[in-house]
Design a protein around this ligand. Sequence first.
Ligand code: PAF
Length: 281
Amino acid sequence: MKLVNSISEMQNIGLSAIVGGQKLAFVPTMGFFHDGHLSLMRWAKEHADEVVVSLYVNPAQFAPNEDLDSYPRDIERDMELARDIGVDHMFFPSTRDLYPAGFDTWVEVPGLSRTLCGRSRPQHFRGVSTIVCKLLNIVRPFMAVFGQKDRQQLLIIEKMVKELNIPVLIEGRPTCREADGLAMSSRNSYLSTEQRNLAPHIYQGLRIIKDEVLSGNTNPLKLEQNLKEYYLHNIPGSEIDYIKIVDANTLEQPDLAGKNSFMAVAVRLGRARLIDNIVLG
Ligand code: PAF
């Protein structure tokens, strides 16, 4: 596995792949790998000639009061795991190179960014769209792979790529879960033992609501209220950031929950802000 720090070297690798007719797949990450990240890398490896993984904790997507400084990091372990999977290039760009003094070009998808996580993290998706756009321009992969746990992020990236005519396929892959259903996340490491025992209720509640939809309750407000009550009862000490049923493409509230909608939640449990979602159809 080749370690790449410089943007120009990464650009040369991407360009050589295009010229040589090699299919290069890209997995952007912020590191501290869990099985979710590794499953994206494995999938990329199976569907491309070469795989690039970037590891960069992007300051532009964190608000000043958020966990940029304490975001979990273990670069040595990450490199070992990526090497075992057969990742070909690991890209570690620096903030100095990505956001040099005077940097002032931002990519925004405001409509899709305003709701769900965008409400409590107003600049977050501007930071995500900008860094993903920059990384795609640097790596120039034929395909980039993202997890569906961040379904809003995935939709925003798909729209950005389409509307800016960036020549890349965006592949969204299913959320990886622990045996008890908790969605894998680097931020699960913030949970105390007690909080970790409560956290699976986030997904269990979503499953219960999905069953309600399948049995005929399609009233979005009623379903949101039911999940709120479930969380208040089963996850004491948590703080609900949002519980929303949204249209799977526009993220607007649908008249009826069902085929083309999903339910998304963000719940704060101690230091961790955990997100999850379930397709309702
Ligand atoms: O999903 C993430 O880990 C990040 O938002 C991403 C896509 C790597 C951009 O920093």
